[in-house]
Design a protein around this ligand. Structure first.
Ligand SMILES: Cc1cc2nc3c(=O)[nH]c(=O)nc-3n(C[C@H](O)[C@H](O)[C@H](O)COP(=O)(O)O)c2cc1C
Ligand code: SF4
Length: 479
């Protein structure tokens, strides 16, 4: 047993760290197996050799469901899908005496700029399945659904294979670990709508309807899929559970901050030398994150940062700790952890345009402020970028933001407003220059356009395929 579980049980803080040069370092919990076994981390053989399914075994054979909920509450684990809601607290909202209950994994990851769940699903599907087993035991759900982004071709194949391997080995199905607990997992591929990452729209989509947000309350934990108590959790959130169960809450709390314990996988992209997923202790400085990513591309300087997806208001300094509280205090948010570094060649009008166009495209159309407001935002930004802007357009854009923010039915609308407003407020002079020149001042610059996919592999300068869009946070709290 000791040999089989060595990967899991050996973990001291020092061992979990991976020094990459400089002072910046990664701290790997959910990405540890992927990093240590890059050739076969996704196979059941490797996963078992590394101690997979021992956390689930411990939970089911030695702990009461309420004990697991208390442990996860004590660990302080917060949702990694964007809202940062405490995971154990969410689980405790599910009524004890109502059955059936469901677990739904949010593996949709529809926002451009975030690519962490894709890597976790492709390269460590057994960690996710183990996390599902633990959460299902905690809330006593006998069926779980993985809502997988439709475009994840390799990821869904690997998840499919991993699920059948887990059935074959008796980790899923009837009487898991000799108990009387049964669990089925259904893998469902979405059709590619960003709004279907919003948990209530996701549930509508899973039920076969057009994905549009539901009025809340009731929250899914009380009334979710098919009207039954449903826990929706993000892939990365669930990936933390096996180690928390095996090693305890204090072990988990040795990383991060008091209110944001543990690690966060940050999807780093933009004008950096090594765009990739980096797992860091919560509270790591943005400067260290930039260092991990190899710094800005040669000869260029940092201009703006999207710290947590495109809905996160922009920052202009790396002097900030990457955790839920610090980013909120700085007027932005951690979101799903999509960090985009932009250099001085980036046109911020174009940045605002591409981002707002994304939200306009993905607006589900259910409510007027978001449906109409994002459309008008695109119209005004287009004319500024094309040289037909008017002097009053900046105030008009801020007015459009005020018309959406706080008035939309779901956080997608608010997010569109936050992103646009921060571009206009922080870079107003650049917007005004477009208007006074009657053209984009960046059109002659040698630059990598935001939106072009150049490079992207480790060690190459690259940008993400589209500008990051983010996962709204605070308004989306109680799930
Ligand atoms: C427009 C929108 C898109 C979202 N997309 C995702 C997503 O792709 N993945 C995700 O885990 N959460 C997403 N969320 C957040 C979910 O609604 C929900 O808070 C999350 O899945 C809960 O899991 P967690 O508590 O483990 O973070 C989105 C929210 C909104 C408003
Ligand atoms: S805010 Fe946008 S995405 Fe959300 S319900 Fe309204 S129209 Fe749909």
């Amino acid at each position: 047993m000791a040999e089989e579980t060595r990967g899991r049980l050996g973990g001291t803080a020092e061992e979990a760290r991976g020094r990459l040069g400089g002072t910046a370092e990664e701290t790997r919990i959910v990405k540890r197996r992927i990093h240590e076994y890059p050739d076969d981390s996704w196979t059941i053989e490797r996963a078992l050799d590394d101690g997979a399914y021992e956390g689930a075994r411990k939970a089911i054979t030695t702990m009461q469901p309420d004990g697991v909920i208390d442990l996860v509450k004590a660990s302080g684990l917060r949702g990694r899908g964007g809202a940062g809601f405490p995971t154990g607290v969410k689980w405790s909202f599910a009524p004890k005496d109502v059955f059936p209950k469901f677990i739904v994994v949010n593996h949709d990851e529809g926002e451009p700029g975030t690519f962490k769940d894709r890597e976790l699903g492709e390269n460590d599907p057994h960690q996710l399945i183990e996390g599902i087993i633990i959460s299902a035991w905690a809330v006593q759900a006998a069926r779980a659904f993985i809502y997988c982004r439709g475009e994840f071709a390799l990821g869904s194949r690997r998840l499919d294979k991993a699920i059948s391997d887990a059935y074959e080995r008796g980790f899923l199905g009837e009487g898991i670990y000799g108990s009387d607990f049964d669990l089925e997992i259904v893998l469902h591929r979405g059709a590619g709508a960003y709004i279907c990452g919003e948990e209530s729209a996701l549930l509508d989509s899973l039920e076969g309807f057009r994905g549009q947000p539901r009025l809340r309350p009731p929250f899914p934990a009380v009334k979710g899929l098919y009207g039954q108590p449903t826990i929706v959790n993000n892939t990365e959130t669930l990936g933390n559970l096996p180690d928390i169960v095996l090693k305890g809450a204090d072990w988990f709390r040795q990383w991060g901050t008091e209110k944001s314990p543990g690690t966060k996988v940050l999807s780093v992209s933009g004008h950096v030398n090594r765009p990739a997923n980096y797992e860091v202790s919560m509270g790591t400085s943005l400067a260290d994150v930039l260092e991990l990513a190899g710094g800005m591309r040669e000869g260029h300087t940092l201009k703006a940062i999207i710290p947590g997806g495109a809905s996160a208001p922009l920052l202009t300094s790396t002097d900030i700790a990457m955790d839920f509280e610090s980013l909120k205090d700085a007027g932005s948010m951690l979101g799903s952890g999509a960090v985009v570094f932009m250099d001085e060649t980036t046109c911020m009008v174009r940045n605002a345009l591409v981002t707002t166009a994304f939200f306009e495209h993905e607006s589900c159309g259910k409510c007027t402020p978001c449906r109409e407001g994002t459309w008008w935002g695109v119209k005004v930004l287009e004319r500024i970028e094309e040289g037909d802007g008017r002097r009053e357009d900046m105030d008009l854009l801020l007015d459009i933001c005020d018309g959406i923010d706080g008035r939309a039915f779901c956080p997608l609308g608010d997010a569109a407003a936050w992103a646009l407003r921060s571009n206009v407020k922080l870079f107003r002079e650049e917007f005004e220059e477009h208007v006074s020149l009657g053209r984009c001042p960046f059109e002659d610059e040698e630059r990598i356009l935001v939106g072009a996919n150049q490079g992207g592999g480790s060690g190459e300068a690259g940008v993400m395929p589209q500008p990051a869009a983010g996962v709204p946070s605070d308004a989306d709290t109680q799930s």
